[in-house]
Ligand binder design. Structure first.
Ligand code: PMP
Length: 365
């Protein structure tokens, strides 16, 4: 197949076409280097420039205030499930976890290997259909941090605003909505996000953390697991994931120069999500959205059809139209349309058209 399809994968996910084109143009020889980006040292001057730009762009796009460190790590978001408690929990301190889906629940299990962690709210009894209001949280004022997942990729539920945790630092797994909208970084102690949704290919995780929280980490940790090593090493404590950081830099450029920054991008993303949610609402009874209205994700639109047979037929018909990777996660079933930054409005409209056509063909049967 040589035509590009519309890729609705939850991650690794679509990358903006202009970014892929630039990667291709520079693949054999990075300008000035005479070598591929796949071949340069993480200590070379070419990587100095790449890393410097990636960090600067991120700081500008997200308006990261003073006092925050930015590091690019390997190990994926799940390494952060471990590094956060390993660094910050000790015999005297526990943490609170807000559970709105599968990833947050997994983060809690990992935290409990290192220390004590409480559940501040659990959406599982309601089948992960919504996020809580801050008034529903059972918070420990002495907790070392409160962990939450801003967007639960599998269930498709998303916080509009981070929970209010008073003086307790917020730690956010922002893997699947990072760089999709502006956030007020000053409200967080630590934000982490794996790259493979909005921020590039798999193999890199961005961590933004405040110096005050860093100062409270435990001493004597294994160095690869210690945030201090990576902060002091300027994201080069060990060999940096050179290629994903390079692509990340190109994506941040694309966000600023072609999409007009995060405020403009968030409007585009909201409009795309509305196209699909409107289609679900107009054909409610046939299509059933998984998430409650106020918690619906702008990034992962999850829904069911009246039967598994119809779901199979829907997915097969979608694939035949070049709309791929729409199968819901096995734990939720149904359909999941991941519509990150790189998914175009045209792709979303093609999916909407297929939803309408499929409804017309099957609604009365
Ligand atoms: N958290 C969230 C919200 C995710 O969507 C994912 C990946 N789908 C992860 C954590 C795990 O990421 P990784 O595979 O990079 O460890």
């Amino acid at each position: 197949m040589s035509e590009r399809v519309f890729n609705f994968s939850a991650g690794p996910a679509a990358i903006p076409l202009p970014v892929l084109e630039q990667v291709r143009a520079e693949m054999l020889s990075l300008p000035g280097a005479g070598m591929s980006v796949l071949e340069i040292s993480h200590r070379s001057k070419w990587f100095d420039a790449i890393l410097g730009e990636a960090e600067e762009n991120l700081r500008r796009i997200l308006a990261v205030p003073k006092g925050y460190h930015v590091v690019f790590l390997q190990g994926g978001a799940q390494l952060q499930f471990d590094m956060v408690p390993i660094n910050f929990l000790d015999a005297e301190h526990s943490a609170d976890y807000v559970l709105t889906g599968s990833w947050g629940a997994k983060a809690l299990e990992e935290a409990r290997i290192s220390g004590s962690a409480r559940v501040a709210w659990d959406g599982k009894p309601e089948r992960w259909v919504r996020v809580p209001r801050s008034s529903e949280l059972d918070l420990d004022p002495d907790a070392r941090y409160v962990h939450f997942t801003s967007n639960e990729t599998i269930q498709g539920v998303q916080f509009r605003e981070p929970p209010d945790t008073g003086a307790v630092p917020l730690v956010c797994d922002a893997s699947s909505d990072f760089l999709s909208r502006p956030i007020d970084v000053s409200r967080y102690g630590l934000i982490y996000a794996c790259a493979q949704k909005n921020a590039g290919p798999a193999g890199m995780t961005v961590v933004v953390l405040h110096d005050d929280l860093l100062a409270r980490r435990r001493e004597g940790l294994h160095r690869m697991l210690d945030y201090r090593s990576h902060v002091d090493g300027g994201s080069r404590y060990n060999t940096s994931p050179v290629f994903p950081i390079y692509v990340f830099g190109l994506i941040t450029r694309w966000i600023e120069r072609e999409m007009g920054g995060l405020s403009a991008l968030t409007r585009v993303n909201e409009e795309k999500a509305k196209v699909l949610y409107d289609a679900l609402d107009e054909h409610a009874g046939f299509y059933t959205a998984h998430a409650e209205r106020d918690s619906r994700s702008v990034m992962n639109v999850t829904f069911r059809l009246p039967s598994e047979e119809l779901e199979k037929e829907f997915l097969a018909g979608a694939a035949a139209r070049g709309l791929v990777e729409l199968k819901g996660h096995r734990s939720v079933g149904g359909v999941r349309a991941s519509i990150y930054n790189a998914m175009t409005r045209a792709g979303v409209e093609a999916l909407r058209d297929w939803m309408v056509e499929f409804h017309t063909a099957h609604a009365s049967s």
